[in-house]
Design a protein around this ligand. Sequence first.
Ligand code: NOJ
Ligand code: CA
Length: 674
Amino acid sequence: MRLYHALGPLFAVFSTLSLSAATLSVTSPDGNIELTLDDQALTYQVQFRGNQVIAPSALGFRFLQLPAIGSGYKMIEHSRNSVNQRWQQPWGERETVLDQHNELAVTLQHPDRKPAFTLRFKLFNDGLGFRYEVPPQGLAKLDIIDELTEFRISDSRQSTAWWIPGRGWNRYEMLYRTTALNEVDRAHTPFTFKLPDGVHLSIHEAALVDFAAMVLDQQRDGVLKSDLTPWSDGIRVKTNGSFTTPWRTVQIADSAVGLLNSDLILNLNEPNKLGDVSWVKPGKYAGIWWGMHLETQSWGSGPKHGATTENTKQYIDFAAKNGFAGVLVEGWNTGWDGEWFLNGAVFNFTQSYPDFDLAAVTAYGAAKGVKLVGHHETSGHISNYEAQMGAAYDLYAKHGVSQIKTGYVADGGQATRIDENGIERKEWHDGQLMVNHYLHSVQEAAKRQISINTHEPIKDTGLRRTYPNWISREGARGQEYNAWGSPPNPPEHTAMLPFTRMLSGPMDYTPGIFNLAYNGLDAENRVQSTLAKELALYVVLYSPIQMVADLPEHYDAHPKAFQFIKDVPTDWAESIALQGEVGDFVVFARQDKHSDDWYLGALTDEQPRSVTVKLDFLPAGKRFSAQLYRDGADADWRTQPYDIIIEQQSVTANDRLTLPLASSGGAAIRFTAE
Ligand code: NOJ
Ligand code: CA
């Protein structure tokens, strides 16, 4: 196949399949990845370093109004393109992103039926993406009832997968499972797996716009088929007669850590559509939040009400004193009384509880250089939210609020809309309706220079490139589960997230709990990590906004460790994943965007281990002072979570550091030029 490709853009006769079948191939710029399209069966396959990693897999769609796109199509024309360019991010894991890829676009037609369509492939050195482009068919509507795209993995019994179930009641907030690939049922993406020879792959999608999320459904062993999340009426995607799909993506790397050093998803998204986004501000925020999860405070009115003017002013003082940019306040608006997660229809997004004065707290914050971070919990009732969205965002904009955390707490399949006939319909959080709703909120917010941090979101597919005000999101089990989850997040959870959920983009995990066992070391609900590991999360789990999540008084007990949270930035010039294995451990180094400082974060699962890190990411010929925060000799998340050593060393790029990590331990380092 490589020979045909080297000869140029010719139709190649793939004689081993059939004399009439045509195939076309495209390779990654380094030649390691090769994708071949066969139009006879309408299948594609992928080789990595000469070995097949995706076996011949079907492509196509079924429609309500037209026959299926599937076998029987012929390639009628194709074009190629190569790109090698760099682009800048307003914020991110790195300032400059390399986009280097080879593109193949193939138009296919059936001898006697519509639609003709184009398949567009882009091959990068770290993986590939492809999408379907179906032009107008002269129909007012074209409903997709199934997508036929497959990802076939030959060695499914010998391959290991790390996954969470799709279409579950808890959306994306589940513990990752480690199983043989053939034991996967229906899984969300990013879907990460390892072949028997150690090659790691992750299937996901990029630029999910006006479409349903792709969930992977395992049919026969090793056959992962796209299972688009349906509307409540069973249709998967409703179109006006034409559509372009999100990119179906496959990251491919020699090792687990290779998956982390990839910009594939961002490269497959469109450039920034918002113009000047200097108003989008990365930074750290504290908030009236953890107390509600510990149940010492309440969102609703009454003696435990957290969102009072007085409490907010105290949090603003705490943020100002420590250099944090914002204070989140949850429970400030009416609608929280009673079972708020079932009462989305009664939230009012412009009416404060009487003990909360929005004008007063924002003025108080402005005088101290601290912003109020807004909050809108919708309980998944999007009709109620959309009806108030304009006024709600206007109100916040008027008071200088430039970031809002939104929330969609409702079980999977229970997001609520009122249809055109006034009938209540229940939808999935990752169906087309909600995909459009989430983006609508981001676009409406952008008009007012407001950034959005979505909880219970649609999964990330890299849209932060196009809409940089989509500043973060949840979309996995976060810290909150340590307060009330049954079970709380186990030690491996944060060693699992970088290789799975985080491949899609930033996560608002809300790290930094310092009172790790609020109800005692033996209580079920506690943070199952050491103090040093909580610090490491700020470097490991990337987000341009990071919460300083614990109660201010809990930081008083560990002022020296708290210094790291005060120092660590949230916006980076460069990021490098140095070491790691999925669900076991991970080490990241990141360079501050606004100084010469570097930071390192390392963490492990329940297994204590020692990692030796070469410091060759530091610029050569310079001395750095390394401020280390690491587990002490007796540290263990169960018995001695607070045993931490804070020390200083003088190092250069030629040095190595050996970091002993305790059971569920970690290490955090700041390197400053001497
Ligand atoms: C779930 C969010 O993840 C959490 O952070 C928030 O406090 C609650 N919903 C209430 O909105
Ligand atoms: Ca949540």
